[in-house]
Design a protein around this ligand. Structure first.
Ligand SMILES: Cc1ncc(COP(=O)(O)O)c(C=O)c1O
Length: 451
């Protein structure tokens, strides 16, 4: 490869000074667990970002990074997109939230109806969890049932977190009402319906994740759900506008009854939406989903500029194109370094992850930490996934691959010497956010042949 890789351990000083103030007054030191210091090699990685532009960020010490995290996939165009920013600035000048609704609510609803197959109506929230929570409430209101079947990650609210190991403060009954099933294992959903034949209000799921649906899985889920009188909700917080302009439902041809969107809808300016069929959505005339910032115009102005741009620039196609170069390139490099059993890049090209398998010798989190350290050393902000955006151009992918080439070579040296990874880490390894996730959420290297 003819790309020059810049190698430089970042100087981390101001980050540590800010964190020293934060840890005394901000529980967990962060507002988002996946941005916490234990998700990065401490002492090596930056802790605070100062600014971003396109696919680049600068930390508070002035180190510049090619960003592969992109605010946890919230940015789909890139940081400080000029069109979205202009719309938001114009809105700021005339006020942001008012005493009566603003026309933007209607404008953005019309755009969602135009884009998303199941959308005949919409209501807005701020976080992805607002949208998945109201999906569940809408389903419960329509069916008069309490139980939920779910598959994937859906946010911080009680019914999802109840079945993780971070469930302190959540009343126990939530564990009894929420049942998780495994992607591509229809029998796990059948088991839930067998146990609760008339009690499931909704099957809520990430329709596409890292794995491809096999054996008509999504069609079977839809049929089973409807046969039992439940609603099908797709959580499109991650997939919406990314996997396809109309989301996973457009890509798979399986249309749910209702769906949750966030993140890419507004290029990361807070906004989320529940969309769905009128028959179900209009229970919201009386089902309570109402809050002061519900029609706040900052996120709506952002979405009003973002959605047309996503369509105009064919952003989803771009993500698939550059993502494929990255995915194929990584897997080829892993092969060339003789490390294909230890690591691979998997998932849909628009949303890939790097998976590690220590082959009985290495801890996968230590491997992830080592790669993170080596990528950051080369100026790539990295957390084992690729949150690609419209701003990531082919040259950025080539640079990332050149860094991977070197990181893989460094790891191969460890393998060849039979060394312990911890001797090569310049700080404590990263930790998992959840030790026990809601069952069945994980995928492993053994799934690598998928996609
Ligand atoms: C699929 C999915 N659903 C829901 C959520 C929750 O969204 P938020 O963190 O905005 O509440 C996320 C967040 O990453 C997500 O990936």
């Amino acid at each position: 490869m003819s790309v020059t890789v810049n190698i430089k351990k970042p100087v981390i000083k101001k980050s540590d000074e800010i964190y020293a103030r934060a840890e005394k007054i901000i529980p967990s030191g962060t507002q988002t667990f996946s941005k916490g210091t234990n998700q990065f090699v401490r002492g090596f990685a930056p802790k605070y970002i100062a600014k971003g532009k396109g696919c680049y960020t600068w930390d508070v010490d002035g180190n510049k990074y090619l960003d592969m995290i992109m605010a946890c996939h919230a940015k789909i165009l890139g940081y400080a997109d000029p069109d979205v920013n202009q719309a938001v600035k114009d809105q700021l000048d005339i006020g942001t939230t008012y005493s009566l609704p603003h026309e933007l609510e209607v404008d953005v609803t019309e755009k969602l109806i135009d884009a998303i197959p199941c959308a005949e109506a919409a209501r807005f929230g701020k976080n992805g969890a607002d949208a998945t929570s109201i999906c569940v409430r809408v389903a419960r209101a329509n069916t008069n049932r309490d139980h939920i079947a779910y598959c994937g990650y859906h946010g911080w609210h009680d019914w999802y977190i109840a079945n993780t190991d971070l469930n302190s403060g959540i009343p126990y009954f939530n564990q009894e009402l929420a049942h998780s099933f495994a992607y591509n294992q229809i029998e796990t959903l059948e088991n839930i319906f067998n146990e609760y034949p008339d009690d499931i209000a909704v099957v809520i799921m990430e329709a596409l994740t890292i794995l491809e649906p096999k054996d008509n899985f999504l069609h079977k889920v839809k049929k089973l759900t409807h046969d039992h009188g439940a609603l099908l909700a797709f959580d499109e917080v991650m997939t919406g506008f990314r996997f396809s302009f109309g989301g996973a439902q457009e890509l798979t041809g399986v249309t749910p009854d209702i769906a949750a969107f966030a993140k890419a809808i507004s290029n990361g300016i807070p906004l989320s939406a529940i969309v769905g069929k009128k028959d179900y959505m209009f229970c919201l005339d009386k089902t309570f989903f109402s809050f002061t910032y519900g029609g706040d115009c900052v996120g709506l102005a952002a979405a009003n500029a973002c959605i047309p741009k996503l369509k105009r620039e064919k952003v989803s196609e771009h993500l698939h194109k550059v993502g494929k170069v990255l995915k194929d390139g990584y897997n080829k490099l892993a092969e060339q370094h003789g490390l294909a059993d230890y690591t691979n890049c998997m998932g849909y090209p628009c949303r890939t992850v790097i998976s590690f398998d220590g082959q009985g010798t290495y801890d996968s989190l230590e491997m992830k930490s080592f790669f993170q350290q080596e990528m950051i050393r080369r100026g790539v902000l990295w957390a084992a996934y690729h949150a690609l955006t419209w701003s990531h151009k082919l040259e950025d992918i080539e640079y990332t691959l050149a860094c991977y080439d070197e990181a893989l070579a460094e790891f191969k040296k460890i393998v060849d010497k039979g060394d312990k990874i911890k001797y090569h880490l310049e700080g404590p390894p990263v930790e998992p956010v959840f030790r026990k996730v809601a069952d069945f959420m994980s995928y492993t290297m053994k799934d690598k042949k998928v996609n």
